[in-house]
Design a protein around this ligand. Sequence first.
Ligand SMILES: Cc1cc2nc3c(=O)[nH]c(=O)nc-3n(C[C@H](O)[C@H](O)[C@H](O)COP(=O)(O)OP(=O)(O)OC[C@H]3O[C@@H](n4cnc5c(N)ncnc54)[C@H](O)[C@@H]3O)c2cc1C
Length: 321
Amino acid sequence: MKDVIIIGGGPIGIACALECKKRNWNYVIIEKGALTNSLFNYPKNMTFFSTSEKLEIDDIPFISNNPKPNRDEALEYYRRVATSNQVNINLFETVETLKKTGTHFTVNTNKANYYTKHIILATGFYDIPNLLDVPGEDLPKVTHYYKEAHPYAMQHSVVVGASNSSVDAALEIYRKGGYVTMIVRGNAIGQRVKYWVRPDIINRIEEGSIKAYFNSEITEIKAHELTFKSPEGLKTIQNDYVVALTGYKPNFELLNQLGVSLSNDDKKRPEYNPETMESNIQGVYLAGVICGGMETHKWFIENSRIHAKQIATHIEKTLNQ
Ligand SMILES: Cc1cc2nc3c(=O)[nH]c(=O)nc-3n(C[C@H](O)[C@H](O)[C@H](O)COP(=O)(O)OP(=O)(O)OC[C@H]3O[C@@H](n4cnc5c(N)ncnc54)[C@H](O)[C@@H]3O)c2cc1C
């Protein structure tokens, strides 16, 4: 019987593990992919909007070349934190079902079954993209994850969305010689786009280097073209690739299996005590971005790394009772 099982080996899951380790608890992280799998899947050339000290966990210094680190530096940092602290983690193992039985929990994965007194859900949101739900979305030329610009050079690409990820992808593809059209459901570039990037994209659109259609939505994707509805009616354009960066959503299935309540609106916020991070189910804790439900921008590393200490302090109290 474990004291704690942490589901998800992202930055926040690792932070929780460090707290468990300090207390000599019998714990394990179960991670479906590589260590910090979400960060591993981020665009190759991305730079964090946070400065490195804001991404530190357990006060372990994060030294980066520039104030804001890039993906490789973050991978290096979290990897070093996990390896040098000998964090107990099972990689490439997926949690499939969770069940509360009396005072403990059963955790079933694709490899084994475990029993634990406490569960920390730190599964993030990056695994499940919000789909466009249009014919042709399953074509190989459509992706919901942008990696790097090279394949899009000298090709006609549509970037869907106007958030940070979409804007970064559109600018990078344009600068590597791609022909970029942005298709945006709203009427402007997102207000949350980094303040130092926003003028760049707006200027590129105004000068016509990047085409942008606002109040517009894709209706069909075909092998060599794409149709969308715009305020001027249906338009069909030449198209080689679709980079649909329309956001992601947490895995609500695991929350449902445990009986964690979700708010009744479209935000689907899970219920938890903000001081202890314990959900409405005793012994089940939420950590990291999962806490925001569909509001995936609300929590990030910077403001959720503190969850680890809150949770450990509360578990400590319950174990000592
Ligand atoms: C492009 C980009 C830039 C960002 N920049 C910043 C920034 O500058 N500053 C900042 O603070 N935040 C930033 N963020 C947000 C930040 O990366 C996330 O908030 C962070 O990853 C949250 O950590 P987490 O541990 O909660 O979730 P994640 O890092 O997503 O980790 C969750 C883990 O759970 C695993 N998992 C999921 N389901 C299962 C399962 N069933 N079984 C086992 N494992 C499972 C996943 O594989 C994943 O590794 C950025 C995000 C993006 C996309």
